[in-house]
Design a protein around this ligand. Structure first.
Ligand code: CA
Length: 506
C-alpha cells in the first residue's frame, strides 16, 4: 500500500497516517510530502513547517500549540504540543447556530416489545433489582439457577439479569450526591428491556430501603415484588422464594410477542472506549451520520462522557435547540468541573496510555473526535447523571467517560447501545445489545468475533462515512428486532454495572 494520510478539515495542518504498518523515514506521499521520520499508523504528520507558538489544527480546530519548531513531514508527539485551556463556561455561545431540522425519514421500523408505559424493549428480560451489595451473591446464585432450571421452559424470554451493584449501605444517603446512584438504580430497574415492574431483593437493615429506592413509584410495585433476606428462613428457602417470584413473572413475560414499532421508539446510547486517532476519522463520524439518520427517523440518540465534551462544549452550546438547553449543558459541565477540582484534577486526567499510543496527544484532540458521534442535528435536551431521558432527538446525557459508568448511566434510558473503539475492548452489557464499531480494519481483522462493524474501510477509501452510517442504521434495526445478535450477546460478555456515586461514604 502506498504511503497515505487523511486530512479531516481543509484548514488542518496535520494528517493522520493510514498505513497499518505506519510509514518509514523518506516515505513519499502522493502529494510529494516526505516523512522525516518513522510514524506509526493513526499518528499525525505535519503538512507544513510549524514554528513555536503555531496552532496545530485538526478538525479545523486548535488541538495545541507547537512548543518548538516542527518541520514539515515530522511526527507530532504529545511533548511537542502545549494544550489549550478548556473553553470558559461563562463566555459560550448560546443557541446562536441551531441547525434546521433535517428532512424526516419515514417508514423505518423494528420489531420490539411494547411496554405499558409506552417504551419499547429490544429484548425480553426478567430483571431482579437489588437494594444493597449484601444480597448480590445470593441473587447471582438464584439467577444461575433461574437460567438453568426455569428459562428453558420459557423460550420467549431472552434472559434473567440481576441489577447488582456496590451501593446501598455504608454511604451518606442524605448527601446531595446520593441522588445520582439512587435514581440510576431506580431508572435501570425500569429499563425498557425489563418487561413489567421490577422484582426487588432487599437485605432488610440497609440504608437504601426499597421504599426509598422507588419513592413515588413504590405504591405501583406489584404485590409480592419485594423479598427481604432477613425475613427468610435460611439460604435455600431464600433462593426458593426468589425462584418462585421469578417463575410467576416468567409466565407473563413468555406470553409477550414482538410487534412492529416505528424507529422513533429506539433510544440509542453512544459511547467510545479505547479510542485512537482514527476514531475521530472513521467510526465516530460514521456513528454521527447514523445518529442523524436516527434523529431524522424520530428516535432518541444519547451522547455522554462529560470530560470528552468539555473541550468541544462551545460547538454544542451553539448547536442547542434553545438557550435553556445550552444553559442546561453548561450546568452539567460546571458541576463536573467542580467535581474534578475537588479531587485536585481536571478533564486532562481523561486520556489513557492506550489513547496516546493510538496517536491522541491530549484531551482536546480526543474530545473533538469524540463529539463527532453526536452528528450534526440540534441538541434537543440535556439529562443529569442517571436521569431518565424522555425527549426525542439528540440528547446529552451526562456521565463520566469511563466505559462502565457511562454504559450503566445510559441504561437508565436506552434500549440499544453503540460502542466505538480503536484500541479494542470486548465490552458488553447484560441489559441491552451492544454494537461495537472499530476505527481501524486491522482491529476488525484481529477481532473478527468481537467487532460488529468495521469503519476502518473509510480511511482506505473502500467505504464512506455515509455508507458505514447507513450500514450501522440498518444493523441497529436488525439487532433491535432480534433478527441479529451482536458478538457481545453471542459470548454473553456482561460487564459489571458500575454506579457513579459522587457522594461521601461513611
Ligand atoms: Ca467511554
Amino acid at each position: 500500500m502506498q504511503p497515505l494520510f487523511v486530512r479531516i478539515h481543509e484548514s488542518d495542518n496535520v494528517g493522520i497516517i493510514v498505513n497499518a504498518e505506519g510509514v518509514k523515514p523518506g516515505a513519499e506521499f502522493a502529494d510529494g510530502l516526505i516523512a522525516a521520520e518513522a510514524i506509526p499508523q493513526s499518528h499525525k504528520i505535519t503538512l507544513r513547517d510549524l514554528g513555536p507558538g503555531d496552532a496545530v489544527l485538526r478538525y479545523g480546530a486548535v488541538i495545541g500549540h507547537a512548543n518548538r519548531p516542527i518541520p514539515r513531514g515530522s511526527w507530532v508527539r504529545e511533548a511537542l504540543l502545549d494544550m489549550p485551556a478548556a473553553p470558559a463556561l461563562d463566555e459560550l455561545p448560546l443557541a446562536n447556530a441551531t441547525p434546521a431540522d433535517l428532512p424526516a425519514l419515514e417508514g423505518y421500523t423494528f420489531e420490539g416489545y411494547r411496554n405499558p408505559d409506552g417504551t419499547v424493549g429490544t429484548r425480553n428480560i426478567l430483571g431482579i433489582t437489588t437494594t444493597v451489595q449484601c444480597v448480590a451473591p445470593t441473587v447471582d446464585y438464584a439467577v444461575q439457577r433461574i437460567r438453568a432450571e426455569l428459562l428453558p421452559r420459557f423460550p420467549n424470554v431472552d434472559d434473567a439479569v440481576a441489577v447488582t451493584h456496590t451501593y446501598g449501605c455504608g454511604v451518606a444517603i442524605d448527601a446531595p450526591g446520593a441522588a445520582i446512584p439512587i435514581r440510576t438504580i431506580r431508572n435501570i430497574s425500569h429499563n425498557p428491556n425489563f418487561g413489567g415492574n421490577p422484582l426487588v431483593v432487599s437485605l432488610g437493615c440497609e440504608k437504601l430501603q426499597p421504599a426509598r429506592l422507588f419513592s413515588n413509584d413504590f405504591p405501583v410495585l406489584e404485590n409480592n415484588s419485594i423479598i427481604r433476606l432477613q425475613d427468610e428462613q435460611g439460604f435455600e428457602a431464600t433462593v426458593a422464594a426468589i425462584m418462585r417470584a421469578a417463575e410467576t413473572r416468567l409466565i407473563k413475560l413468555d406470553r409477550r410477542r414482538r410487534e412492529t414499532c416505528p424507529a422513533s421508539d429506539l433510544i440509542v446510547g453512544l459511547q467510545c472506549g479505547g479510542s485512537d486517532a482514527f476514531s475521530g476519522v472513521t467510526c465516530n463520524p460514521a456513528v454521527g451520520f447514523a445518529a442523524d439518520l436516527l434523529v431524522r427517523a424520530g428516535a432518541t440518540v444519547m451522547f455522554s462522557e462529560v470530560t470528552e465534551v468539555r473541550d468541544a462544549v462551545h460547538l454544542l452550546t451553539a448547536r442547542a435547540a434553545s438557550k435553556e438547553v445550552a444553559l442546561d449543558l453548561i450546568r452539567e459541565m460546571r458541576w463536573y468541573d467542580e467535581y474534578l477540582s475537588q479531587g485536585q484534577s481536571d478533564r486532562s486526567a481523561n486520556t489513557t496510555p492506550g489513547n496516546k499510543r493510538g496517536g491522541l496527544n491530549n484531551i482536546v484532540e480526543k474530545s473533538l473526535g469524540s463529539v463527532a458521534k453526536a452528528g450534526t442535528t440540534a441538541l434537543k435536551a440535556v439529562a443529569s447523571h442517571g436521569e431518565k431521558v424522555t425527549a426525542k432527538g439528540l440528547v446529552f446525557a451526562a456521565t463520566p467517560a469511563g466505559d462502565f459508568m457511562c454504559g450503566t448511566l445510559q441504561l437508565a434510558s436506552m434500549n440499544m447501545h453503540v460502542f466505538t473503539t480503536g484500541e479494542g475492548s470486548p465490552y458488553g452489557l447484560a441489559l441491552v445489545p451492544v454494537v461495537k464499531v472499530s476505527s481501524r480494519t486491522t482491529l476488525a481483522e484481529k477481532w473478527p468475533d468481537l467487532i460488529d462493524l468495521d469503519a476502518g474501510r473509510i480511511a482506505t477509501g473502500s467505504a464512506t462515512i455515509q455508507s458505514i452510517g447507513w450500514e450501522l442504521f440498518q444493523l441497529l434495526l436488525d439487532v433491535a428486532s432480534g433478527r441479529r445478535q451482536t458478538w457481545a450477546e453471542r459470548w454473553k460478555l456482561h460487564n459489571a454495572l458500575t454506579l457513579f456515586n459522587p457522594g461521601p461514604v461513611t
